[in-house]
Design a protein. Structure first.
Length: 171
Protein backbone atom coordinates (compact mmCIF):
# COMPACT_ATOMS: atom_id res chain seq x y z
CA UNK A 1 0.00 0.00 0.00
CA UNK A 2 1.30 3.44 -0.82
CA UNK A 3 0.87 6.59 1.18
CA UNK A 4 -1.43 7.92 -1.52
CA UNK A 5 -3.88 5.06 -1.18
CA UNK A 6 -7.30 6.02 0.11
CA UNK A 7 -8.41 2.48 0.92
CA UNK A 8 -8.87 1.39 4.48
CA UNK A 9 -6.67 -1.56 5.42
CA UNK A 10 -7.39 -4.36 7.80
CA UNK A 11 -4.95 -2.94 10.35
CA UNK A 12 -6.50 0.52 10.18
CA UNK A 13 -9.96 -0.98 10.68
CA UNK A 14 -8.67 -2.90 13.71
CA UNK A 15 -6.95 0.23 15.08
CA UNK A 16 -10.14 2.29 14.66
CA UNK A 17 -12.12 -0.33 16.57
CA UNK A 18 -9.55 -0.85 19.35
CA UNK A 19 -10.39 0.30 22.85
CA UNK A 20 -8.79 3.57 23.86
CA UNK A 21 -5.96 2.10 25.96
CA UNK A 22 -4.95 -0.41 23.25
CA UNK A 23 -5.03 2.27 20.55
CA UNK A 24 -3.00 4.65 22.71
CA UNK A 25 -0.42 1.91 23.34
CA UNK A 26 -0.11 1.35 19.58
CA UNK A 27 0.31 5.08 18.99
CA UNK A 28 2.97 5.22 21.70
CA UNK A 29 4.91 2.58 19.75
CA UNK A 30 4.79 4.91 16.74
CA UNK A 31 5.72 8.09 18.64
CA UNK A 32 6.57 8.50 22.33
CA UNK A 33 4.92 11.94 22.55
CA UNK A 34 1.77 11.62 24.65
CA UNK A 35 0.43 14.89 23.16
CA UNK A 36 0.81 13.49 19.62
CA UNK A 37 -0.88 10.23 20.59
CA UNK A 38 -3.75 11.98 22.35
CA UNK A 39 -4.39 14.21 19.34
CA UNK A 40 -4.58 11.22 17.01
CA UNK A 41 -6.68 9.18 19.40
CA UNK A 42 -9.25 11.99 19.60
CA UNK A 43 -9.68 11.95 15.82
CA UNK A 44 -10.51 8.27 15.37
CA UNK A 45 -11.91 6.69 13.31
CA UNK A 46 -9.74 7.32 10.27
CA UNK A 47 -11.28 6.65 6.87
CA UNK A 48 -7.93 6.07 5.20
CA UNK A 49 -4.20 5.98 5.69
CA UNK A 50 -4.05 9.45 4.12
CA UNK A 51 -6.44 10.75 6.79
CA UNK A 52 -4.23 9.20 9.47
CA UNK A 53 -1.15 10.80 7.90
CA UNK A 54 -2.89 14.19 7.82
CA UNK A 55 -3.79 13.94 11.49
CA UNK A 56 -0.23 12.86 12.34
CA UNK A 57 1.32 15.72 10.39
CA UNK A 58 -1.01 18.27 12.01
CA UNK A 59 -0.31 16.90 15.49
CA UNK A 60 3.45 16.92 14.81
CA UNK A 61 3.29 20.57 13.72
CA UNK A 62 1.63 21.50 17.03
CA UNK A 63 4.12 19.78 19.35
CA UNK A 64 5.89 22.04 21.82
CA UNK A 65 9.61 21.78 22.54
CA UNK A 66 8.74 19.61 25.57
CA UNK A 67 6.54 17.34 23.44
CA UNK A 68 9.36 16.97 20.90
CA UNK A 69 11.76 16.08 23.71
CA UNK A 70 9.34 13.40 24.89
CA UNK A 71 9.07 12.04 21.33
CA UNK A 72 12.86 11.97 20.90
CA UNK A 73 13.32 10.15 24.20
CA UNK A 74 11.66 7.15 22.54
CA UNK A 75 14.46 6.85 19.99
CA UNK A 76 17.83 5.22 20.64
CA UNK A 77 21.01 6.79 19.27
CA UNK A 78 21.88 5.95 15.67
CA UNK A 79 24.21 2.97 15.70
CA UNK A 80 22.83 1.64 18.98
CA UNK A 81 19.35 0.20 18.39
CA UNK A 82 17.37 -0.84 21.45
CA UNK A 83 18.29 -4.45 22.29
CA UNK A 84 15.43 -6.78 21.47
CA UNK A 85 13.47 -4.08 19.61
CA UNK A 86 12.82 -5.25 16.03
CA UNK A 87 11.55 -1.81 14.96
CA UNK A 88 14.72 -0.09 16.14
CA UNK A 89 16.92 -2.71 14.48
CA UNK A 90 14.96 -2.60 11.20
CA UNK A 91 15.04 1.20 11.05
CA UNK A 92 18.78 1.33 11.71
CA UNK A 93 19.67 -1.51 9.35
CA UNK A 94 21.96 0.82 7.39
CA UNK A 95 24.41 0.87 10.30
CA UNK A 96 24.66 -2.93 10.49
CA UNK A 97 27.37 -3.28 7.85
CA UNK A 98 29.29 -0.12 8.77
CA UNK A 99 33.00 -0.34 9.48
CA UNK A 100 34.17 -0.18 13.08
CA UNK A 101 35.83 3.15 12.22
CA UNK A 102 32.55 4.63 10.97
CA UNK A 103 30.67 3.28 14.00
CA UNK A 104 33.24 4.82 16.34
CA UNK A 105 33.00 8.18 14.53
CA UNK A 106 29.20 7.99 14.69
CA UNK A 107 29.33 7.33 18.44
CA UNK A 108 31.73 10.23 19.01
CA UNK A 109 29.62 12.64 16.97
CA UNK A 110 26.39 11.36 18.57
CA UNK A 111 27.81 12.26 21.97
CA UNK A 112 28.95 15.69 20.77
CA UNK A 113 25.53 16.28 19.21
CA UNK A 114 23.79 15.26 22.42
CA UNK A 115 26.03 17.61 24.42
CA UNK A 116 25.23 20.45 22.02
CA UNK A 117 21.46 19.95 21.68
CA UNK A 118 20.50 17.97 24.78
CA UNK A 119 18.93 15.07 22.86
CA UNK A 120 19.83 12.22 20.54
CA UNK A 121 20.56 12.84 16.89
CA UNK A 122 17.34 11.91 15.13
CA UNK A 123 17.10 11.02 11.48
CA UNK A 124 14.70 8.89 9.51
CA UNK A 125 17.18 6.04 9.12
CA UNK A 126 14.95 3.67 7.14
CA UNK A 127 16.73 2.95 3.88
CA UNK A 128 19.65 5.25 4.72
CA UNK A 129 23.25 4.08 4.54
CA UNK A 130 25.62 4.51 7.45
CA UNK A 131 27.60 7.01 5.37
CA UNK A 132 24.47 9.08 4.68
CA UNK A 133 23.58 9.18 8.37
CA UNK A 134 27.13 10.15 9.33
CA UNK A 135 27.20 12.92 6.71
CA UNK A 136 23.85 14.24 7.97
CA UNK A 137 25.14 14.23 11.54
CA UNK A 138 28.30 16.11 10.54
CA UNK A 139 26.20 18.71 8.73
CA UNK A 140 23.46 19.10 11.34
CA UNK A 141 25.74 19.43 14.37
CA UNK A 142 26.52 22.93 13.06
CA UNK A 143 22.85 24.03 13.13
CA UNK A 144 21.36 26.43 15.62
CA UNK A 145 19.16 24.75 18.23
CA UNK A 146 16.07 26.34 16.63
CA UNK A 147 16.94 25.08 13.15
CA UNK A 148 17.76 21.63 14.48
CA UNK A 149 14.46 21.41 16.38
CA UNK A 150 12.55 21.98 13.11
CA UNK A 151 14.66 19.38 11.27
CA UNK A 152 13.96 16.93 14.11
CA UNK A 153 10.23 17.68 13.79
CA UNK A 154 10.41 16.86 10.06
CA UNK A 155 12.41 13.67 10.66
CA UNK A 156 9.96 12.53 13.35
CA UNK A 157 7.12 13.12 10.91
CA UNK A 158 8.81 10.86 8.35
CA UNK A 159 9.41 8.15 10.96
CA UNK A 160 5.81 8.40 12.15
CA UNK A 161 4.49 7.94 8.61
CA UNK A 162 6.57 4.78 8.13
CA UNK A 163 5.42 3.39 11.46
CA UNK A 164 1.79 4.37 10.87
CA UNK A 165 1.91 2.55 7.53
CA UNK A 166 3.07 -0.59 9.35
CA UNK A 167 0.32 -0.14 11.94
CA UNK A 168 -2.32 0.25 9.20
CA UNK A 169 -1.04 -2.79 7.31
CA UNK A 170 -0.80 -5.06 10.36
CA UNK A 171 -3.44 -7.72 10.63
Amino acid sequence: MTSGSSGTTQGLTRFNASDESAALAELHEVCASSAWGSKLLAQRPFASLDALFGASDAAMAELTAEDLAEAMAGHPPIGRPKPGDPTSSREQRGMAGASEELKAEMLELNLAYQDRFGHVFLICATGASAEHMLDALKERIENTPEREREIVRTELGKINRIRLTRLAEAS
